[in-house]
Ligand binder design. Structure first.
Ligand code: GRF
Length: 199
């Protein structure tokens, strides 16, 4: 017998291979996970994440940012696409664009991102390399709300891993990525329960 629980709708924003998208697809496949992906938006044509969404039967909108005259017009195109679906939460998952208030304002408090460091440490790019160079003994990932600062919004959840002697950025990235794939569904589950309780 399938349990009939309510689910929130997700829009997932990607730019690349989409392994975090996959972790959400896999989590959403479970009857008792309180979310389902209504839409995937990708700003880079041809990347593997698009295939992952198509294989899962999820609508994909490829919206190449390069075809727009400004960040704002690109973001408006994403907003218009999202408005076509019953979306409660927008998840940036390896989405490599900085968003402006045009996109943030309508989704404030319902727009989240995954970042591969233990924020507030190592905002921005090349996090693993920088963590190793800084002599850190611990790295990890953070799920946080998106606000106007880059990687600065309120933290929802973090998971850490050790940095081992002789670690390369690639080895550390792979160790962190395993935690990312656990953290993102966990964060969505927490937020979905909050959203459903308020409905
Ligand atoms: C992840 O490490 C994510 O934290 C970072 O970019 C990577 C995207 O990987 N922002 P994927 O596309 O989800 O596989």
């Amino acid at each position: 017998m399938t349990k009939n629980i309510s689910k929130i709708g997700l829009a997932v924003l990607i730019s690349g291979r989409g392994s975090n998208l996959q972790s959400l697809i896999d989590a959403c496949a479970s009857d008792d996970f309180p979310a389902e992906i209504k839409l995937v938006i990708c700003n880079i044509p041809g990347v593997y994440g698009i295939e992952r969404a198509e294989k899962a039967g999820i609508p994909v909108a490829v919206i190449p940012h390069k075809e727009f005259p400004s960040r704002e017009t690109f973001e408006q195109a994403m907003l218009d696409e999202i408005a076509k679906y019953p979306v409660d939460l927008v998840c940036q998952a390896g989405f490599m664009r900085i968003v402006t208030p045009t996109f943030i304002e309508p989704w404030r408090g319902r727009l989240i991102n995954i970042h591969p460091s233990l924020l507030p440490k190592f905002k921005g790019l090349h996090t693993h390399e920088r963590a190793i160079e800084a002599g850190e003994t611990e790295a990890g990932c953070t799920i946080h709300y998106v606000n106007e600062g880059v990687d600065e919004g309120e933290i929802i959840l973090q998971k850490s891993v050790p940095i081992l002697p002789g670690d390369t950025p690639d080895a550390l990235a792979a160790r962190v990525l395993e935690k990312e794939h656990i953290a993102y569904p966990e964060a969505v589950q927490i937020l979905a329960k909050n959203i459903l309780e308020k409905q």
